[in-house]
Ligand binder design. Sequence first.
Ligand code: FAD
Length: 476
Amino acid sequence: MSEQQFDVVVIGGGPAGYPAAIRAAQLGLSVACVDDWKNSDGTRQFGGTCLNVGCIPSKALLESSELYHRAETEFGTHGIEIGGLTLDLAAMQGRKQRIVKQLTTGIEALFESAGVTAIKARGRLLGDRRVEVTSDDGSQQVLGAEHVVLATGSTPIELPVMPFDGQRIVDSADALEFSEVPGRLGVIGAGVIGLELGSVWRRLGAEVVLLEALDTFLPIVDEQVARDALKQFKRQGFDIRLGARVTGADVDGEIVTVSYDAAGAAQQVEVDKLIVCVGRRPVTDGLLAPEASVELDDQGFIAVDQSCRTSAPKVWAVGDVVRGPMLAHKGTEEGVMAAELIAGHAAEVNYSTIPSVIYTAPEIAWVGKTEAEVKASGRAYNVGTFPFGANGRAKALQQVAGMVKLIADREYDEILGMHIVGPMAGELIAEAVLAMEFSASAEDLQRTIHAHPTLTEAVHEAALSVDKRAIHALNR
Ligand code: FAD
């Protein structure tokens, strides 16, 4: 067995691992990135969940399906009449696939230009930071590393009462691959992924029923924003059943009968396809030899400190495989931080300013604390809100649902959180992230000039509204 030596070996080439590898190489270190992602056709690609079956393909389909839906329901209001609108799902899927391919092959090009050694194989951490690499043909090599970064990500949780069959009962990856629009679609879990995938197929014509075990809709989101969003989703025809605890699913030919308990009674719903999106679990199976001495926490994540150091010296872990929100950009920041710390630089991740986005229509985005969290902390605060219905650009876009909500400390005016439901919320939230990163006050946003007419004026007006001085809304 040959043994090659690197400064850094990264296991996992998703959005946490590949930026760690590139940054470490930029800082002059010799780096290898080992990744075992395999597509359904057997080909291997870097990019992990995010590029292959997550953020990117889901957003490609969300965009296409939204355009179709708007052409069908909204173009008439603009005076555009389309006769005989048709859907070519194969072409839509083809576009998505091309985007995925461009981005995933792009990573290999980035590796090449940064000087990262790309290895498409399975990695396993042995003792003394030695990494055993097993290729598809079974051949093995061992890489020696001064530092190892574990970035093996996460995988969908399977419910024992309704195991995935890849056809009728599917996970989020298979739900991006349907070759026909299901007539009736069931989604288990009304979380971020369930809502996004449900939106894609709803817009293309499916009747969608979402079964959510919790009694509260989107409990991670600010309550006022979640209430507003729920109203919009119901208006779009989503059948959202809260407090519905699934007990089983039977496949009979082309029909899946889902059984669940709600309001103390056993109930059933029949669907053609069932997507189970009840969360994701960290991937550590077969990753760690006992002599690697890397500890897991009580939920199976690799245990790390604030700087992503594991229990083993010079072994780091980043991304979905460690605690914190399962978000691509959170993993990227951790991967880059680990690379910089390895290279002897100072670095940290500001976990309090990680934005979250749900790419539904309207989009939902937030950063910082919800009003309930601020209230629970006992801190005195002011709230400013502004509806998109009073924003000129939103009117021009014909997207007037939703609002911007800003929470600021009553004494110091520091921005504690921003919550948006509405058009382009995922883009607008960047202003609040930047403001919070610089410890800006609501007044700083008030004094910042926003171009007219833009959606960003709604952010500006929400900041003004904190001091009851919004111009285009009643200051109650
Ligand atoms: P992953 O992306 O899972 O990558 C881990 C990589 O490690 C994989 O390639 C895996 O094959 C490889 N690996 C695992 N074990 C080994 C091993 N032993 N040896 C070698 N390689 C190994 N997040 C957002 O921020 N925004 C979004 O809009 C968004 N949308 C999403 C939509 C969907 C449908 C899904 C499923 C997820 C979405 N996410 C989104 C979440 C995001 O995809 C993850 O947070 C992100 O991919 C995590 O990055 P990671 O690098 O930690 O892990």
